[in-house]
Design a protein around this ligand. Structure first.
Ligand code: DP6
Length: 344
């Protein structure tokens, strides 16, 4: 038996942005490997990020996971430990780790934290263990922790290739953040924690008779979305993103058990956005596994549209983000966590 390499100060900190899918990931071909039913396309969300420090320590007998300054609940801690096992296995080490993780966006605001969290965890752990991995390899590993985390390793406009095995299912940049200044205005209508999480939702997606049709059309929708992004064609992107979001929610609503994420205020925002767009205002919506509505518009129009969104009854807050960069290793000294909305 070979002796694992001696580890001394094996510590690293990474920061990863959250991301927003324009073509959604919903359902897996393999739940264990998080091989998705279809490819997806997203935008990195600048300024809505997780910062995670991982320190592998010889004196620990179990991983110690702290999230938002609280000891992680058992289930969350087990998911993090399981993910660390993938990285430990690659490095050929068994040492346990101390993990501390914080988001700079309010928890429960309906912004996916698993994407930024597992991307930051993957990069910090791999760096701490001095693994030399490509962005593609890091993205595939992040996917094992949370599917959408694969899209938070690269920056800008990102496509996650469906792949047919672990190493082929990864995300890459299709256009850099400065390719197109689109703004995501997140109309917050509920801060309640969702009752059914994405992992459970993926597992029942195939119980909807609509999932087959949704997946069958995904290659064509991906092509339309990719072209709309590369051409900066707002109207084409608006049409395909809204339809893709509705298709995913139709699957959610018609599975067993049925998942209804929308609230009355969700529909009020959808209705307003559609009315504004038919009056020539460039804005469209997309909704994840929650009640809050992501409204996309050119950055130049963001102030005016945010003002309109805030006036809709039931909208309690509007967060905003521009296209963000890739996950990065940072100095602990650089760590800046501003609680609340970084772009009020
Ligand atoms: C609705 O990546 O959160 O946001 O792999 O189980 O962690 P797990 O699921 P997750 O699912 C994201 C679902 C979505 C759509 C999307 O981001 O593509």
């Amino acid at each position: 038996m070979t002796t694992p390499p001696a580890l001394t100060a094996h510590i690293a900190t990474a920061r990863a942005n959250s991301n927003l899918a324009l073509i959604k990931y919903w359902g897996n071909r393999s739940d264990a490997l998080r091989l998705p039913a279809n490819g997806s396309i997203s935008i990195g969300l600048a300024g809505l990020f997780t910062i995670t420090t991982v320190a592998f320590r010889a004196d620990l007998t179990a991983d110690q996971i702290t999230i938002e300054e609280q000891r992680a609940p058992e289930q969350a801690a087990a998911r993090v430990s399981h993910h660390l096992d993938h990285v430990r296995q690659l490095a050929g080490v068994t040492q346990r780790a101390e993990v501390t993780s914080r988001n700079n966006f309010p928890t429960g605001a309906g912004i996916a934290s698993s994407a930024s969290a597992f991307a930051a965890l993957t990069l910090a752990a791999a760096t701490a263990l001095q693994l030399s991995l490509t962005e593609r390899e890091l993205s595939a590993i992040a996917r094992l922790g949370s599917g959408s985390a694969s899209r938070s390793i690269p920056g800008g406009y990102v496509e996650w290739h469906v792949g047919d095995r672990h190493s082929d299912s990864y995300a890459e940049t299709i256009a850099p953040p400065d390719h197109w200044a689109l703004c995501d205005l997140i109309a917050v209508v509920s801060r309640a924690h969702k009752s059914t999480g994405s992992t459970e939702g993926h597992a029942i997606a195939a119980t909807s008779p609509f999932q087959v049709a949704r997946v069958a059309g995904a290659v064509e929708r991906l092509a339309i979305c990719r072209k709309a992004i590369l051409d900066r064609d707002f109207d084409a992107l608006a049409a395909i993103a809204e339809v893709d979001s509705t298709l995913m929610h139709a699957v959610m609503m018609t599975g067993t058990p049925a998942l209804f994420y929308w609230q009355p205020a969700t529909l009020a925002v959808m209705e307003s956005v559609r009315t504004w767009r038919s009056a020539g205002i460039p804005v469209f919506y997309t909704i994840d596994a929650g009640a809050n509505v992501h409204c996309l518009c050119p950055a130049a129009q963001a102030d005016a549209i945010a003002g309109r969104l805030k006036a809709i009854p039931g909208v309690t807050d509007v967060l905003r983000a521009l296209p963000g960069g890739p996950a990065e290793v940072i100095d602990k000294a650089d760590e800046v966590i501003a609680h609340g909305n970084p772009h009020p």
